[in-house]
Design a protein around this ligand. Structure first.
Ligand code: CMP
Length: 139
């Protein structure tokens, strides 16, 4: 029998509230663009200063975004790594797993397509990205 690791992208996608407003067909289409990634505690998934090639949705677990002066904790349903894809700038922070994490990876070449096909998703990602950039540039 096939070993079931519970890694089916569609089930992981269902746990990300950002995708909840989308139809079942869209969720299925999105799931095909996403690759599951399991992190162990302490594992670094994004490194400050590197070019961005993907963004990440957190299906379960928690990561720490090491911004100054205080790190930010992101958990289930949150996403990260979108800024480098939106701004073409290098990664602006290290991101470290604080627990076992189930992530969904969206490669940059699929990012534009996904956003173009899902305007509500694009709006939500843009809004959160803007808030994060405000934090970065505030004194
Ligand atoms: P990126 O710059 O690609 O890589 C580091 C990520 O950390 C960044 O995208 C955001 O997703 C995330 N990040 C940066 N600043 C903040 C913040 N103020 N709050 C939450 N997440 C952030």
């Amino acid at each position: 029998p096939k070993l079931d690791l519970g890694l089916q992208p569609d089930k992981l996608v269902a746990r990300v509230p950002l995708f909840n407003t989308l139809s079942a067909e869209r969720v299925t289409a999105i799931a095909q663009l996403l690759t599951p990634l399991l992190l162990v505690p302490g594992e670094q998934v994004v490194s400050k200063g590197e070019p961005g090639d993907a963004m990440y949705f957190i299906s379960s677990g928690a990561v720490q975004v090491r911004i100054e002066p205080d790190p930010v904790l992101l958990g289930s349903g949150d996403f990260f790594g979108e800024l480098a894809l939106l701004t073409q700038a290098p990664r602006n922070a290290d991101v470290i797993a604080m627990a076992y994490c189930q992530l969904l990876v969206l490669q940059s070449q699929d990012f534009q397509q996904l956003l173009a096909e899902n305007p509500s998703l694009q709006e939500q990602i843009n809004r959160i990205a803007r808030d994060r950039l405000d934090v970065e540039i505030s004194p």
